[in-house]
Design a protein. Structure first.
Lengths: 192, 192
């Protein structure tokens, strides 16, 4: 039992995304997800409050890593360098399994307005975590807000590129996120 | 009846926000909202699919105005000047009633994770509308994405300042949104 329990969280996420793509988000019940994952309903509820939260399970971890990367950047790092350090840290937990899983996750989110809304709120949460960490470094408000908005957009764009698998199979997410951040930074020279 | 029906949409929004702040979003039913607004449940459903959509009722109008302002900006306008034109156009529908109503709306959204998620998705929708309009002007992708992200952030920040009522009572939203956009543009010089 302990061995099964150990991977339960990941199996629940995979089972849910598979069911959401097969039969739609609304039609999928917690009982079905638990059954597909080979665990009981009470195991489900030990890991997640409801089926919606299941798809944004990584939000707290990502927020923490983004904030840690920013906090631990060298004292003389610029706001955008600190954000880059946060993106690098957060990218480190996204492995080949996340990459392989990304298209199904995307399809599941696209299938439900409720999941799209929850996904949008996830981005807001990641941005807020970066803003707080930048302000704690002494970065003044409008600059902190802008830098974290760029960081959030870079993470989303880098993730999308990475998920489409254009690069080598053993690529991590970090180079994609950092390239997207550099691209956005360069684009800001052409705004006016 | 026709006279009542005419203002039904606005009255439904006001009634809903009042009830959400008084007794919470989850505890508020469509029947209660309709009763408070003095209309039938079927009138409610002629205007809104459910209680969640009621709070983002203006999203389609705002998206359309943002896109129109961008599309009709002079041909030689820069991406950020086009976004400014969009913000100005969209701001024009926000009157004193919206301003007076803003604190209750904010409280209602803060009271419910579901509304926060729907509100986040609204921002994503406004950003996407601006990106599409910029791309249609020939602005290349990373620049269009960045400019519309700045526009969306400026609209949110300008709205918050305006709603707090620091300026004169007859101030429109436009100068707040444009000032926030200029502030963000200036901040981008301090990113690195």
């Amino acid at each position: 039992m302990a061995r099964w329990e150990a991977g339960a969280r990941e199996r629940l996420v995979v089972a849910a995304v598979d069911l959401f793509s097969e039969q739609g988000y609304d039609a999928t019940t917690v009982a079905q997800i638990a059954e597909r994952a080979g665990v009981t309903k009470s195991t489900f509820f030990r890991h997640f409050p409801d089926k919606r939260e299941l798809l944004v399970a990584g939000q707290e971890t990502l927020s923490r890593l983004l904030a840690e990367g920013i906090a631990e950047a060298p004292a003389n790092a610029s706001p955008l360098e600190a954000v880059a350090a946060g993106l690098e840290r957060a990218s480190s937990i996204m492995g080949p399994v996340n990459r392989e899983f990304a298209p199904r996750l995307k399809a599941a989110i696209a299938s439900s307005a409720e999941l799209q809304a929850r996904d949008a709120l996830k981005s807001v949460g990641l941005t807020a975590a970066m803003t707080t960490a930048l302000v704690a470094r002494g970065v003044p408000d409008p600059i902190a807000a802008l830098a974290s908005e760029l960081g959030s957009l870079a993470f989303k764009r880098g993730y999308a590129e990475w998920a489409e698998g254009r690069g080598a199979n053993d690529d991590g997410l970090a180079p994609y996120a950092l390239a997207a951040l550099a691209e956005l930074r360069a684009a800001s020279a052409s705004l006016d």
